[in-house]
Design a binder for this molecule. Structure first.
Ligand code: BES
Ligand code: ZN
Ligand code: ZN
Length: 500
């Protein structure tokens, strides 16, 4: 984590190794480039013209400067154009912060000073802007490097000094740090090799978080899962030597009669496909298949610290999906926690099998006011919405609106897919209550699993989020890098914080 502090002084007087100026497209030089620009006016203007630096989104210009006898950089970063309403989208600021941090690190700056632009430029409050700067700076500087032994390939940014803020930013910085730490923790778990993060190891991490942040926790091991009749989770885990785990984290608000929200995250620590084995290339990134569980556990970590006025329960079924002489077979019929049965037609559609027990447990035992599940559920999600969106499937209009509002507030983009009744027949089975894959003529394989999952939520308002395309290797976003994105963490946290 980067340490962030505020200075009331001018950025000219910090010892930061890079000083960042954010400038809108076709900017006013004197207004945006600060004191440094005033004393280097014609030189800087020439340089910007020469490099055709106009402030367009994604652009940057690093100017080496000497400060108190030490090499430093003035780094100009473009914010892009304002919309027709006159304000610049906050996402432009997030991208610009990502660009600035990546560039500072490439320049080997261990500390940088950020001149915080006027929040009015984005139509937001200063507190929110500062919080976003803190979150994104930390996301941009994340690097999964613990297995890299070459010291030249590792570099850390240690300190950010914020300049030019008007109000007291202490709370916003703290919130930003809490959220960023959660997001980067999720990314770290997802990036860990699957042999270093088995279901019992991930359950241990949840235990450590419960202890550190004061959450209640219950963990059911494989024996208990079996005895409770969770045949979906137990079935998927049968092929693996590692025990499955069922983790329940609880945050309880001090407020009386508060509603209860339930988050359920898919936690397949490795998905080989089982006997319906995946081809080698599709298996390469399947350590990402616990990204939903990681999002739920780390959202709980954040919620424990930000303390919203709602009760929140985070449930994560954890298992490995491997083939072996003990593994479930296509044709098997499984019995779930709510008494329903499912025909397994394809052992690679395992996510819905473990989620089924978790959703049934959530609705029957927790009686929550709503359930949101988050899962790297389908490869088809990549075709449906691609790497920049979470796919949302639900028949509950009001809950979908809440998710969309939090999507706008956090910048975690959500796209709704239709859950029309026409698709329901896709998961009909001749021999059980439901089948675990959709019949081929219905296609739409990011939509049809929602009808499978719906069998297990009863009447509870429920939204299904598929992060199959956005949890890993999202390209081109300046504050991400190859590997885990941490998608969903900020969204879930905001839903809990905004709940009224
Ligand atoms: N974990 C995969 C989905 C996935 C694929 C996530 C690629 C992220 C990237 C899931 O368990 C799976 O294998 N789904 C199958 C379902 C099919 C058998 C109906 C799929 O999407 O191909
Ligand atoms: Zn699978
Ligand atoms: Zn899977």
């Amino acid at each position: 984590m980067i340490s962030v502090r505020v200075t009331q002084g001018s950025s000219n007087h910090t010892k930061a190794e890079a000083t960042i100026y954010f400038v809108p497209e076709s900017f006013d030089f004197a207004q945006y480039c600060g004191e440094f620009a005033k004393s280097n006016c014609s030189f800087l203007q020439q340089l910007m013209e020469k490099h055709r630096f106009t402030g367009s989104l994604g652009s940057e210009l690093a100017v080496p400067i000497e400060r108190q006898g030490v090499v430093s950089y003035a780094l100009f970063v473009g914010l892009g154009k304002a919309l027709s309403n006159g304000s610049i989208p906050v996402e432009n600021m997030r991208r610009a912060v990502g660009t600035a941090i990546k560039k500072s690190m490439a320049l080997k700056s261990e500390s940088c000073c950020i001149n915080v632009p006027d929040a009015g430029l984005f139509g937001v409050s200063e507190g929110y802007l500062v919080e976003q700067i803190v979150i994104i700076s930390n996301m941009a500087s994340y690097h999964f490097n613990e297995f890299i032994t070459d010291a030249n390939k590792k570099f850390s940014l240690f300190e950010i000094v914020l300049c030019g803020t008007a109000g007291d930013c202490t709370e916003s910085i703290k919130r930003g740090e809490i959220i960023a730490k959660g997001v980067n923790t999720a990314r770290h778990w997802i990036d860990l090799p699957p042999s270093d993060l088995t279901p019992p190891q991930l359950a241990d991490k949840a235990r450590a978080i419960a202890k550190e942040y004061g959450l209640a926790i219950e963990v059911f091991d494989e024996k208990k899962v079996n005895s409770m009749g969770m045949g979906g989770l137990a079935g998927v885990a049968r092929g693996s030597d590692n025990d499955c785990q069922f983790v329940i984290l609880r945050y309880t608000t001090a407020k009386k009669d508060a509603p209860t929200l339930c988050f359920v995250g898919k936690g397949i620590t490795f998905d080989s496909g089982g006997l319906s084995l995946k081809p080698a290339q599709s298996m390469e990134t399947m350590k990402e298949d616990m990204a939903g569980a990681a999002a739920v556990i780390t959202a709980m970590q954040i919620i424990a610290q930000l303390k919203p006025d709602v009760n929140v329960i985070g449930i994560t079924p954890l298992a490995e999906n491997l083939p072996s002489g003990k593994a479930i077979m296509p044709g098997d019929i499984l019995n779930f926690y709510n008494g329903k049965t499912a025909e397994v037609k394809n052992t690679d559609a395992e996510g819905r099998l473990i989620l089924a027990d978790a959703l049934a447990y959530a609705s029957l035992e927790c009686k929550p006011d709503m359930i949101i599940d988050i899962a790297t559920l389908t490869g088809a999600c990549t075709v449906a919405v691609g790497p920049f969106y979470i796919a949302m499937v639900s028949q509950h209009e009001e809950l979908k609106e809440r998710v969309k509002a939090s999507s706008r507030a956090t910048g975690e983009r959500v796209w709704e897919l239709p859950m029309d009744e026409d698709y329901r027949k896709a998961v009909a089975s001749d021999v059980a209550d439901v089948a675990n894959i959709g019949a081929s003529q219905y296609r739409a394989s990011t939509i049809t699993p929602a009808f499978f999952l719906q069998e297990f939520v009863g009447q509870t308002p429920w939204v299904h989020l598929d992060i199959g395309s956005s949890a890993y290797n999202t390209p081109d976003i300046s504050y991400l890098r190859p590997g885990a994105t941490g998608v969903g963490v900020r969204l879930l946290v905001d839903i809990a914080l905004q709940w009224r």
